[in-house]
Design a protein around this ligand. Structure first.
Ligand SMILES: Cc1cc2nc3c(=O)[nH]c(=O)nc-3n(C[C@H](O)[C@H](O)[C@H](O)COP(=O)(O)OP(=O)(O)OC[C@H]3O[C@@H](n4cnc5c(N)ncnc54)[C@H](O)[C@@H]3O)c2cc1C
Length: 530
């Protein structure tokens, strides 16, 4: 069953090995886990529903509690300390577009605000219930999880908006197709959530971001139905899909999404390469990204992240041998690991690998082969379970991501890590910060930093430390000219930084679009903009 106060299925655990614990102890000091609230304690804080007519909504305390939060750090603290409110006053589970329209009409009659709920994996406060005199309802699309239509001529698949990653790929695979959208939250996040938050999956280099995959959609808005897209390309004015992508639930419920799919690939493999240092790795990855080679994935970890990954992997004989071998090949201390994926037909993948090997060699990279890469691919949705185990050992994990042009990426990475360290030092604490470039483009890349720090005993102290770090890091991103989000979206946590990116007229335009479809501001108020 899905954990109510952590990540993932409670049947799965991530084992924190002794050497990983030793690394945390050395970098951060001993961790003391705060006491977790029990589900019963948390449920006792759920107040009575304010809905006059709850017939269309589940007003039970547990359903409401389970739809109150996502996975942001403040959400994490709220669930762990059992202080999750405000709560939605009810949760609806529509089963079709028409059903969703009826739910929306019901909410309107009740004067309620509506928070669309996909997989609940938001990490920026998209799902939080604002303090409001109006009742609030959560609309979970989890029952809209079917492949509704597959057009094999046009390679288009129509899905219910609440279809999560595994169900989506399973239904496609049965028919010989793949979408190829693999965010790390794939286990739970949904196609509707991906579209409205402009999500990016690990193999974006081949399959594109969700923006490239999203062909068309059906939106139930407070003013009626709106359909967008449906042609391969168009010069007929602004593309209305762009209004939907990134709308974060403010325009309505995306009840159906048509996505561009492809036949299943014949081959796929993931390869690890080690560079002597950041400068060589960075130059190689940029050259690879700009080469046009048909790679499906390309990422580069900085030295801190490389060492952290190697430590988490254990200390078996194979790893000891790898460290010795890398040292002997010139990739000793300060080495940076890159992960490279190829996906497709036999000829295409061979061509990509041959070309990549040449570029890697020119930049003194040591090509290790598929052992590490394929293991990464096998465990790629399991690694996030470390969040639970680390917390239970007294350590918290948060991440921040942005995208920026190549010429500013290294400076931004260093500044972000420093900002987090400085902000944490003010509380007499340290942070273990590490970074990778996770998505690459010809013009630049995304920069994804992780922070591990010690948990404090109380919710308030944890919030204070996190807020200081988040502010410092976000301001650094803005100052360096990065976007406030490459893939996680805006929600409430990034909303204060959006005006710096969009400008006053841009913000007015976004607000005007929302007001046009949702004049009473009933859809997910407070997200994206206040
Ligand atoms: C461990 C972890 C790893 C992650 N890795 C990635 C990653 O690799 N790449 C990435 O892009 N993101 C990642 N994320 C962030 C998150 O998974 C994405 O933002 C995802 O797209 C959210 O989808 P969801 O279905 O869970 O939406 P939710 O979290 O349920 O909702 C997010 C927002 O979308 C709205 N919404 C959801 N469904 C609909 C709908 N059908 N109609 C209208 N509005 C809707 C909600 O109201 C809310 O505003 C990660 C998150 C976690 C916790």
């Amino acid at each position: 069953m899905r954990r109510w106060n952590g990540w993932g299925d409670d049947a799965h655990d991530y084992v924190l090995r002794a050497n990983a614990r030793a690394l945390l102890l050395e970098r951060l000091g001993p961790g003391t886990p705060p006491r977790d609230a029990s589900l019963d304690e948390a449920l006792q804080r759920v107040p009575a529903s304010r809905l006059q007519d709850g017939s269309r909504f589940n007003t039970g305390a547990e359903a409401r509690l389970r739809h109150t939060r996502g996975q942001s750090f403040p959400d994490w603290l709220a669930t762990r300390f059992g202080r999750l409110g405000p709560f939605p006053d009810g949760v609806a589970f529509p089963e079709s577009h028409d059903d969703a329209v009826e739910v929306l009409a019901n909410a309107k009659r009740a004067g309620a605000t509506v928070i669309p709920y996909g997989g609940g994996t938001s990490v920026v406060g998209h799902l939080n219930v604002p303090r409001d005199d109006r009742p609030a309802v959560s609309v979970s699309l989890e029952r809209m999880d079917k492949l509704l239509d597959l057009d094999e001529t046009c390679w288009l698949a129509r899905f219910g908006g609440g279809t999560p990653g595994p169900a989506l790929e399973k239904q496609l695979r049965e028919r010989g197709y793949v979408l190829g959208h693999f965010p790390q939250s794939w286990e739970y996040s949904t196609v509707g959530g991906w579209v409205v938050t402009r999500s990016s999956g690990q193999q974006s280099l081949r399959y594109g971001r969700i923006e490239q995959m999203f062909d068309s959609g059906r939106l139930a808005t407070p003013r009626g139905e709106m359909t967008v897209g449906g042609v391969p390309a168009s010069a007929a004015g602004p593309d209305l899909r762009e209004f939907v992508m990134g709308s974060e639930g403010r325009l309505g419920l995306l009840t159906e999404a048509v996505v561009r799919v492809r036949p299943l690939p014949q081959h796929e493999s993931f390869h690890a390469v080690f560079f002597p240092d950041w400068a060589h790795g960075f130059a190689a990855v940029r050259a690879l990204a700009q080469s046009g080679l048909p790679l499906s994935m390309l990422r580069l970890s900085n030295a801190n992240e490389t060492e952290t990954h190697l430590t988490l992997a254990g200390e078996g004989a194979a790893l000891r041998w790898l460290r010795r071998y890398l040292g002997w090949r010139g990739a000793g201390a300060g080495r940076c690991m890159s992960m490279l994926g190829v996906t497709g037909g036999a000829r295409e993948t061979r061509y990509a690998l041959d070309g990549a090997r040449e570029i890697v060699k020119r930049h003194r990279g040591v090509w290790i082969g598929t052992a590490i890469g394929n293991r990464w691919a096998h465990n790629r949705f399991h690694g996030v379970y470390v969040r639970n185990t680390a917390w239970e050992a007294g350590y918290a994990i948060d991440t921040v991501e942005t995208a920026i042009n190549w010429n500013k990426a290294t400076g931004l990475m260093q500044a972000v890590e420093k900002a987090a360290a400085d902000a944490t030092a003010k509380f007499g604490e340290r942070v273990h910060a590490f970074t990778h470039l996770s998505h690459v483009y010809r013009q630049g890349c995304s920069v994804y930093s992780s922070f591990i720090f010690r948990a404090a005993p109380s919710l308030e102290e944890n919030m204070e430390r996190w807020a200081a770090m988040k502010k410092a890091v976000s301001e650094t991103i803005v100052v360096h000219g990065g976007t406030i989000s490459h893939q996680h979206g805006v929600g409430v946590d990034h909303a204060p930084y959006l005006p710096a990116e969009k400008g006053p007229l841009g913000m007015d335009l976004i607000k005007a679009v929302a007001a046009e479809l949702d004049p009473k501001s009933m859809m997910n108020p407070g997200k994206l903009f206040a």
